[in-house]
Design a binder for this molecule. Structure first.
Ligand SMILES: [Mn+2]
Length: 413
């Protein structure tokens, strides 16, 4: 991605900051030499720098006159550790990659903060509160440190300001999501090509992971869900360790990642390649609701509005399927549909945004209704990723088949 994108993000954020304030974004904190985990950068730090290195800190300072300066703080290379972990990113490389002019080492942070103290009365910092029993998160440690040294600083969360800019996707972000969707599609095709009754769910997961990994993408957007039979009625089932019985449905909820941006796709298919009559009638109801919600979505509506409309439609479908008697019953449907129909999608699979925020052009959301009938071992969810446009919505994942016949045909080959 171009550094201009990250620079623009910093500017958009800084514009919203109050005068005489400071914002701190921390990269993912990793102990030196800890190689046990796959490194995944903090999403906000990435959004403002594009860097995928641990432990760095970005400071945005706005002075009393409204002038903004960016500062980046990096780890120093430790000679003795080079042989183990290599050299750290140099100041010059960081400067070139991010466009931040002022680059320092982390051990200079305190001195710089001191320098800002007289021109600052507010600090925006994103810190996850940790429970009492667990250790302090690094960001919370920094907050405590700041509170101790600068008791007059007003500590604020940057979440509202972030939401305003991160929910509206720029062209490069939409491109990344599209790429993540394409990889997800390859994975789904690979699953459908290999799926046979009596396979294990994790075998299908492996066919999905292969297509991502072979393209150099180790990280996925989230843990894949491959749920067969009654497992498909468990919303967050990710054990993926059951044998897939003949005649059962398999619910896939999958998302590859590209440049940290995530796809989020659900498809449901019959393991033997042919929907039973009952499976197909439930499937077609879910698909009908999904298409109607995509047609309904447009700027000005909220995710709550989409949810209300979905419930209205699902109730009608449940009546048709003889699962509930009264389409105006406000309780009975909950046994068969119990989750939200949409969330924002981006760097986070569930991208930050409140359910009451009005949709705007440039938002990317999921549309994912489902019907879950535990007694019949039928769980169906169909999920696409959708870009909100000036007057409606465009499906970014339209290349991934979702008509029952299309899926059956794909599985014949
Ligand atoms: Mn989703």
């Amino acid at each position: 991605m171009e550094k201009l994108f990250f620079k623009n993000n910093r500017n958009k954020f800084a514009k919203q900051m109050d005068k005489s304030s400071l914002t701190i974004f921390m990269a993912k904190q990793v102990e030196t030499g800890n190689t046990s985990e796959n490194f995944e950068q903090d999403k906000n730090f990435f959004y403002f720098t594009g860097l995928e290195i641990p432990n760095a800190i970005l400071v945005i300072h706005k002075n009393g006159a409204g002038k903004v300066k960016n500062y980046l703080f990096l780890e120093r290379t430790v000679e003795e550790l080079i042989v183990w972990t290599g050299e750290k990113m140099s100041k010059n490389e960081a400067k070139n990659k991010t466009g931040v002019e002022k680059v320092y080492y982390l051990d200079e942070l305190e001195r710089k903060l001191n320098g800002f103290a007289n021109f600052t009365n507010k600090v925006y910092i994103d810190y996850q509160t940790s429970s009492l029993s667990s250790v302090l998160t690094p960001s919370l440690q920094l907050v405590n440190n700041i509170k101790e040294h600068y008791p007059n600083f007003d500590i604020k969360s940057p979440i509202k300001l972030l939401e305003k800019i991160r929910t509206i996707k720029e062209e490069p972000e939409i491109e990344n999501i599209k790429k993540a969707i394409e990889i997800t599609y390859e994975g789904i095709k690979n699953i459908l090509n290999h799926a046979r009754p009596e396979m294990m769910e994790y075998e299908l997961e492996a066919y999905f992971r292969f297509e991502s990994l072979v393209r150099g993408k180790k990280a996925l957007g989230f843990e894949p869900i491959v749920a067969s039979g009654v497992n498909s009625t468990i919303l967050h089932y990710s054990e993926n360790n059951c044998k897939i019985k003949d005649n059962s449905l398999v619910l896939l909820d999958l998302g590859a990642q590209h440049n940290m941006y995530s796809a989020d796709i659900s498809r449901t298919f019959p393991i033997n390649g042919k929907f039973s009559e009952r499976q197909k009638s439930v499937y077609d109801e879910v698909l009908k609701v999904q298409k109607e919600i995509i047609n309904f979505a447009k700027p000005g509506l909220t995710l709550n509005d989409l949810q209300k409309k979905t419930i209205e439609l699902i109730k009608k479908s449940l009546c048709k399927l003889n699962l509930i008697k009264d389409k105006d019953d406000d309780k009975a449907f909950k046994k068969f549909y119990m989750h939200s129909v949409s969330h924002h999608l981006g760097l986070d699979t569930h991208d930050l945004a409140s359910k009451t925020r009005k949709l705007e052009p440039g938002n990317v959301i999921t549309v994912e209704p489902g019907i879950y009938i535990k007694d019949e071992k039928i769980g169906i969810r169909i999920e696409d990723d959708v870009l909100i446009t000036k007057d409606g919505a465009t499906v970014l994942s339209s290349m991934i088949p979702k008509e029952a016949e299309e899926i059956e045909n794909l599985m014949k080959n």
